[in-house]
Design a protein around this ligand. Structure first.
Ligand SMILES: Nc1ncnc2c1ncn2[C@@H]1O[C@H](COP(=O)(O)OP(=O)(O)O)[C@@H](O)[C@H]1O
Ligand SMILES: [Mg+2]
Length: 328
């Protein structure tokens, strides 16, 4: 399933997504971890040294190869150059699976051995606040959107993205590409205002959004979040001495995480699994097309010099055969 962690900078996206990833890997589930945050910290949070993290290949730099691979023999996409970040898959496109070897993973994914289990990590490459809205940022996060739109993932397989809550993900449609979005919110007015903004965009597209409170200390914090977020509040993660140890450079084992916080990770997994069962491949594909047509009109057609609406394969539904096989 496709899961995003979003929220304000400093809310704990990287901390909680890394813990969630470790929790899944410890259970033996295949996981692809994706660092798509402004500050590329997921690698170190999963135990890479700074040198190892800065040597990670970036998705942004491999965008032409990624497009070339995904295009496959799709007759509606005549070249990788004509492919934009929202170009939807169709017959002939190469789809990705979580568990497989393919040229995209070979070029961009790096295996990480954890204290329990292992994962593969993809990274967009660093960008800054000023990059938001400019081309290089689009190519970085656009690569993630392309991968998601071509990914056929089964139950108990996880694609977990540590992402910024920036407004660019709203323009492109990226925010609709997940089965479930965890919005990490500290019990503060700012934390909650990011939630409100996200919710506003999300509800028009039926995005499944659940709030995870973080650094929640005591009943007043909890009451504040309940009042501000209501039923969207899934659970809360407490202030964690285990996380503080991690920050001090220790390497605490996952099994020594506070039991209450470990239970929170289990709640996230249950919520994600439920979201996967509830997914609708047809709607997912229709939304991909919707955002493609929107991007085509607003900038894509002018940039590429063709009518990008011709790339839409109207009869194609991502994951349709898989859903049929599972009797959905
Ligand atoms: N539950 C927690 N308990 C203690 N410290 C935390 C907790 N969650 C996050 N932190 C700390 O808060 C800071 C910001 O967290 P981080 O995960 O980097 O946020 P983001 O990725 O949203 O910018 C880090 O120093 C992190 O160690
Ligand atoms: Mg972060």
């Amino acid at each position: 399933m496709k899961i995003a962690f979003v929220g304000k900078g400093g809310s704990g996206k990287t901390t909680l997504s890394a813990l969630f990833i470790r929790h899944l890997a410890a259970a033996g589930s295949p996981v692809i971890a994706v660092d798509a945050d402004i500050n590329q910290h997921l690698g170190p949070a999963l135990g890479l040294t700074d040198d190892q993290a800065s040597a990670l290949p970036s998705l942004g730099a491999h965008l032409p190869q990624i497009k070339e691979h995904l295009r496959g023999t799709n007759p509606l996409i005549r070249s990788a150059e004509e492919m934009i970040k929202t170009t939807p898959p169709g017959r002939g496109s190469r789809l990705l699976r979580i568990v497989e070897e393919n040229p995209v993973y070979a070029a961009c994914a790096r295996p990480i051995a954890l204290d329990e289990g292992s994962v593969r990590l993809l990274a967009t490459g660093a960008f800054t606040e000023e990059d938001l809205g400019v081309a290089c940022y689009h190519s970085k996060v656009g690569a993630v959107e392309l991968l998601l739109n071509h990914l056929v993932d089964g139950p108990e397989e996880y694609f977990v993205t540590d992402m910024t809550a920036g407004s660019d993900s709203f323009a492109s449609g990226l925010f609709t590409r997940f089965d479930l979005t965890f919005l990490i919110a500290e019990p503060t007015r700012k934390g909650v205002s990011v939630y409100r903004q996200y919710k506003e965009y999300a509800q028009d597209f039926g995005v499944r959004l659940r709030v995870v409170g973080n650094k929640v200390q005591g009943p007043d914090d909890l009451a504040f979040l309940r009042r501000e977020v209501g039923d969207d509040l899934l659970t809360t993660f407490g202030h964690s001495d285990w996380v503080r140890r991690l920050e001090r450079g220790d390497e605490p084992a996952l099994r020594t995480l506070e039991p209450t916080n470990r239970t929170v990770l289990e709640q996230l997994k249950a919520e994600a699994d439920a979201a996967h069962r509830a997914r609708d491949p047809r709607r997912y594909t229709e939304q991909a097309v919707h955002f493609h047509l929107r991007n085509a009109e607003s900038w894509g057609n002018a940039k590429v010099g063709i009518d990008l609406a011709t790339q839409v394969d109207a009869d194609f539904v991502l994951g349709a055969q898989q859903a049929e096989a599972a009797g959905v």
